[in-house]
Design a protein around this ligand. Structure first.
Ligand code: MN
Length: 201
């Protein structure tokens, strides 16, 4: 009861090769992501956070300034969202419905969305995340430092994310964050972003 679980990867550990290797995912999912889950469960045991759903833990711990719980809870949520933001080559579909219209209106095309995400990924100093978000239907790209997440921002809906912590790319790309971002963003799951956006309409 009240235990936060590690959500299953939506594909095999080698499904994003050669851009993201099975070795990277085995550490990133199996050690980092799983580690945040384990630490979070230890931290919330016996506190008022125990028994809340993950999204509530993220929001309440940020509001109440409980940094250790927030950092681990947000990292659990961000990583689950990251895995879903990517798809094996050729499996990411295309923007659908109202989301397709929003992409055309706010960016022109998918290539411009990818370019903005790559730019945000490269400009984020240190560890963090690049995001495509919607606010009152309008699309924009932002980045957050460390564990921070747009999930807690009122009126903002996260649609896609790219992890730009070094652990996301160092084994495969070493220091070349820009190359990782450009390649990984070729694996964007537009079907996932469409569903997230179209739910807000
Ligand atoms: Mn990560």
């Amino acid at each position: 009861m009240g235990v936060i679980t590690l959500e299953k990867l939506p594909y095999a550990e080698n499904a994003l090769e050669p851009i993201i290797s099975a070795k990277t995912i085995s550490f990133h999912y199996g050690k980092h992501h799983a580690g945040y889950v384990a630490t979070l469960n230890k931290l919330i045991a016996g506190t008022p956070f125990e028994g809340l759903v993950l999204e509530e833990i993220v929001k309440r711990s940020e509001k109440e300034g409980v940094a250790a719980i927030f950092n681990n809870a947000a990292q659990v949520w961000n990583h689950t969202f990251y895995w879903k933001s990517l798809a094996p080559e050729g499996g990411g579909g295309t923007p659908e419905g109202a989301f397709a219209e929003a992409v055309a209106r706010d960016f022109g095309d998918c290539g411009a969305v990818v370019k903005a995400l790559a730019d945000a990924a490269v400009k984020r100093f240190g560890s963090g995340w690049a995001w495509l978000v919607a606010e009152r239907g309008k699309l924009s790209v932002i980045s957050t430092p460390n564990a921070e997440t747009p999930l807690t921002r009122p009126g903002i809906t996260p649609l896609l994310t790219l992890d730009v912590w070094e652990h996301a790319y160092y084994l495969d790309w070493q220091n070349r964050r820009a190359d990782y971002a450009a390649a990984a963003l070729g694996l964007v799951n537009w079907t996932f972003a469409s569903a997230a956006y179209n739910k807000t309409r």
